[in-house]
Design a protein around this ligand. Sequence first.
Ligand SMILES: *[C@@H]1O[C@H](CO)[C@@H](O)[C@H](O)[C@H]1NC(C)=O
Ligand SMILES: *[C@@H]1O[C@H](CO)[C@@H](O)[C@H](O)[C@H]1NC(C)=O
Ligand SMILES: *[C@@H]1O[C@H](CO)[C@@H](O)[C@H](O)[C@H]1NC(C)=O
Ligand SMILES: CC(=O)N[C@H]1CO[C@H](CO)[C@@H](O)[C@@H]1O
Length: 466
Amino acid sequence: MIRWWISALQLTELFVSSIVHLLYGFYIFSSAVAGDLSQVLNEYFFKPNVNVIEVKQEPPYVPTAKPTIDANTLPPIVLVHGIFGFGKGKLGGLSYFAGAEKKDERVLVPDLGSLTSIYDRARELFYYLKGGKVDYGEEHSKACGHSQFGWLYEQGHYPEWDEDHPIHFVGHSAGAQVVRVLQQMLADKAFKGYENTSENWVLSITSLSGAFNGTTRTYLDGMQPEDGRTMKPICLLQLCRIGVIIYDWLDIVWLKDYYNFGFDHFNMSWKKMGIRGLLDCLMGNTGPFASGDWILPDLTIQGSLQLNCHLQTFPNTYYFSYATKRTRKIMGITVPSSIFGIHPLLFIRVLQMTQWRQPPDVPPPYKGYRDKDWWDNDGALNTISMTHPRLPIEHPSCYVVNDSDCQPLQPGIWYYKIVEADHIFFIVNRERAGVQFDLIYDSIFERCRKHVYRKNLPTLPDQSHH
Ligand SMILES: *[C@@H]1O[C@H](CO)[C@@H](O)[C@H](O)[C@H]1NC(C)=O
Ligand SMILES: *[C@@H]1O[C@H](CO)[C@@H](O)[C@H](O)[C@H]1NC(C)=O
Ligand SMILES: *[C@@H]1O[C@H](CO)[C@@H](O)[C@H](O)[C@H]1NC(C)=O
Ligand SMILES: CC(=O)N[C@H]1CO[C@H](CO)[C@@H](O)[C@@H]1O
């Protein structure tokens, strides 16, 4: 009887969370479409007016541009999206970083696929910046069953990128881990034909709610806590898996231009694999979900442990981290810190994550694991996971209370803050964060531009004209 109740409860939970996620996805998609449509209609109906206004505004606009800073000499700030994210050009006019990219003269927002693995994203990010055909590496592509080569970036977005022209990266959620993996690849000289790469190509990494240590949410969504790689037979992720396979198989061009899960290198379209391939994929014999080359296995505690084994914190790079938290302790019990302040998409998960207990028959993911360390969370990640990389070894870090205590900034240390916010507070919808949105991005961009530089390298334009 009790077992029956538990199953019924689990199914209800699955039903509710699928509906909530579907509705949210649909809401984002339709608001992107509506935004684009209204723009197109506006242009169509008011075209003559627009032209007149443009002509009038053009001349006064040019002189107001700051004459002393040539945007082309600034190192770009690259914003790297997380899971289900998208870059500039996808989802029409919608911005994953809620328009933060407009706050600085030189910001890039690459599109790295929304469900691909951290490894694949890091490879793509390199070629997006440097230009050329994405090379996933022979060994990795063989092991994971996808093509070795992917998208061709005819023109890199920052082809001069090298040790003397390093870049600032800002990563949200899994994006922060993508940048760390990329930096390690640069240090390991892992790109064929680019034997000169080094960790010093990266000037700073700023993490917003970064997924450094994995998250217990992956188990709630359906990853097996035993291995952190396979999925439970009935769960939210299975529904997502089936949806993604069918989406990629149907291969509707305009839809994929609009939103892409990033699995093109797996050849899952009907043209390439036919009905048989579709069944094979659905049965779990081929494709990214079969080989584990997608994002969820990289976000389990076990997966992060494996990644982190190879990732260093480098002495010449600056590291900053904003960990988010939407829970608090009341009489020793961790609970959500607000009801209305948490996005409806995340509320159930915040609550569930505060209750998370490793199943008793499953060995702990690492020595010294305690459930209660992982109870504080933001609805997607555990706060403990976001401050700085900790496993298998703890990296140097400094908890920031007052910014002025940390000047001058030192490279090679993770400066972190803990911010009261949920996981999607600083993305997609700018209105939710209000003034905090501007405070956080302004301080990130200002720090990149003014406080972070290599003393012996000409990485900043001459500031003396200010
Ligand atoms: C995918 O298709 C391309 C050609 O369209 C082919 O070159 C490549 O080898 C295929 N990859 C896999 C993994 O089948
Ligand atoms: C590689 O770096 C060295 C010195 O750091 C430089 O002399 C050489 O020209 C570089 N090679 C390429 C291909 O950029
Ligand atoms: C931070 O430190 C500066 C100087 O030590 C002080 O003036 C300022 O009030 C401090 N700010 C906060 C929020 O404590
Ligand atoms: C998986 C992982 O990296 N876990 C670490 C996260 O942080 C805790 C707290 O220090 C570490 O003990 C874990 O090793």
